[in-house]
Ligand binder design. Sequence first.
Ligand code: ZN
Ligand code: ZN
Length: 362
Amino acid sequence: MTYSHRRQKVINLLAELDMDVLVFCQPENIRYLCGFRGSDGVLIVTSDQLVFMTDSRYTAQAYEEVSADCIAEYQIKTEGVITQLQTSVVTRIGFEAELAFGTVNEFQEKGDANWQWLHLKDELKSLRLHKSADEISCIADAARLNAIGFAEVEAMIKPGVRESEIALALEFSLRKLGAEEKAFDIIVASGLRGAMPHGIASDKVLREGELVTIDFGCRLSGYHSDETVTFALGKVSEELCTIYDTVLEAHDRALAAVAPGVALNELDRLARNHISSCGYGDYFGHGLGHGVGLEVHEAPVVSPRSKAVAEEGMVFTIEPGIYVPGVGGVRIEDMVLVTANGHQTLTKIPKTFRNILLKEEF
Ligand code: ZN
Ligand code: ZN
């Protein structure tokens, strides 16, 4: 049922774009469309046939997992794909924008002279945009693991501990709880390092009076979580408190506005305007958020350039930040699901300002 519905989406796309066939190489798209969980294979979809191909390392796995009309094995990927394409009459062949330039070249050089290779980018983004109930429950479970994993390591977050120790403990905790993998290299950025939006955990030792930003997530059943917490280690400067309050208010305003029909660039604008009105506009350099699913960063993008509107079933992050060189930084990130009437926040760790050493919230 699931796969036939997804297959129909591709067939509709073929008609819409006047293509004869679509060649998928991206593992997440392949998994979405036929269930294959391995990391290497090709899915070839025409209006009447869905063929999965892989090499001998994955054939047995494919027979267990894949829902397709045919499972075939190749020795050399490009040659296998070309041979398969030659079994039917095709001219217009769509492929993913992410496909390596070298592979595309090889397809073009070795394929039939009359074949047109069509590079698809935004056209394919819609494929995984609206999450089904099953997908939403996987994402929600991954988000729940974040909260449990974080609670397990919270007690060790204190002055004298290295950022890298916290990252390792958090990863261990998430894996122990059942996560397949961390979603990305865990970011632990304390003190002045907080001014680096992507400061992967370093050997720096945490000190009292600093803010600590931890951006982390995990993968569960193929689906990801992504969340950022920032908290104070003891009493922090007034400026850092102001920055925190500003980011939190920007986060809250954008989150509260999430509902079907709301333009994604409007969500970005709500957060960005607040940060600008507090004088920190120059220090919020990235977009407000991104979709999360089989990939930790996927459609839709939530930024000033977004053209889409929020629609039921979309899952994306709201993650404003302020990063002031020489002072520090704050980012607060939650994952939100667009529901029929509004939204539901999937991540569970409270984001109110917190001095983690005092064990009290205010
Ligand atoms: Zn994140
Ligand atoms: Zn994120």
